[in-house]
Design a protein around this ligand. Structure first.
Ligand SMILES: NC(=O)c1ccc[n+]([C@@H]2O[C@H](COP(=O)([O-])OP(=O)(O)OC[C@H]3O[C@@H](n4cnc5c(N)ncnc54)[C@H](O)[C@@H]3O)[C@@H](O)[C@H]2O)c1
Length: 273
């Protein structure tokens, strides 16, 4: 069951017992314990967002090892989340939230679409597992190509559209805001923007909704500078893939929030922003 009101404790220190509240989620399962899955599980635990976080992967030792490593940071960071790893998809049973990060990531020269066939096959198995073991869950798909994978996952698992989401808009918007902040030398948190469209080269940063502390961006930056920032945002994923060479981006990841939609909310699927 989802519960509202989890404490967000970025300092990592333990709040006094009187301030402790129930975690927002009883159980969150993260499918795929690679770069995205592992770093996400770490963030979830550090935020004390769930009573239990389960990492699932197919490489023996990887989900168990990362889970134990994260778990052992609890006394230092002051969280209470129980973190476990498993090779067995049944471990997702009764999850409130399932986050899909399993599958291939891009290498230099690849487009997100190049991952489609292989990742669709992996997600098919996971969607069937969600249908069997966690039919009440909300699902967040991260695996690329994320727009197609989100649609595919929902089709296979048969959950209502309002319970299967794809995540990318937050990341694309964060990239745009970062580039603007770097260009102007302002705090990233003071930059407001909104990036629409697919998670790919055709995404559209909405300049008319972009501002810095309320001042329209179009008054602060020249048209050609803005065009460069738009292009860099559209190719933001590839820029990191080309730098890393062996994988894709995974630090700039929004964690779930306590106020995320409950299973009964809304009627349409879409991206979290
Ligand atoms: N939507 C976004 O904004 C966004 C951002 C970054 C990455 N991604 C995507 O997320 C996915 C994961 O990226 P990553 O960097 O973590 O890759 P990674 O290679 O580090 O990790 C992927 C993990 O999936 C596991 N896996 C493969 N098949 C599996 C299965 N059947 N069951 C369970 N686990 C399985 C692998 O063993 C591996 O540990 C990629 O598709 C990547 O393109 C999306």
């Amino acid at each position: 069951m989802l519960r509202a009101g989890a404490p967000f404790n970025p300092s990592g220190s333990s709040p006094p017992a009187s301030e402790k509240r129930m975690p927002a989620f009883q159980k969150i399962s993260v499918l795929g314990a690679g770069n995205v899955g592992g770093s996400l599980a770490q963030r979830l635990a550090e935020m004390d967002l769930a009573a239990e976080v389960v990492l699932v992967d197919i490489i023996d030792g990887l989900p168990q090892g990362k889970a134990l490593d994260i778990q052992e940071s609890a006394p230092i960071l002051g969280f209470s989340t129980r973190v476990t790893g498993s090779l067995n998809l049944e471990a997702i049973r009764d999850s409130d939230l399932v986050i899909e990060t399993a599958g291939l990531a891009r290498k230099p020269g690849m487009s997100r679409s190049d991952l489609l066939t292989k990742n669709a096959e992996i997600l098919r198995g996971h969607a069937v597992a969600v249908k069997s073991f966690a039919p009440q869950s909300v699902v967040l798909v991260v695996t690329n190509p994320v727009d197609v994978m989100t649609y595919w996952f929902r089709r296979v698992c048969g959950l209502p559209p309002a319970r299967v989401f794809g995540e990318s808009g937050t990341l694309d918007t964060a990239r745009f805001r970062t580039f603007v902040a770097l260009e102007l030398g302002v705090a990233p948190k003071d930059v407001t923007s909104f990036v629409l469209g697919t998670h790919g080269d055709t995404m559209v940063p909405i300049l008319s909704l972009s501002s810095v502390s309320g001042v329209p961006l179009t008054r602060l930056l020249a048209t050609d500078t803005l065009a460069e920032i738009v292009k860099r945002t559209q190719q933001g994923g590839a820029e990191i893939v080309n730098l890393l060479k062996t994988g894709s981006a995974y630090y700039a990841r929004p964690p779930p929030r306590p106020n995320w939609p409950k299973p009964s909310a809304g009627t349409r699927s879409g991206s979290f922003r």
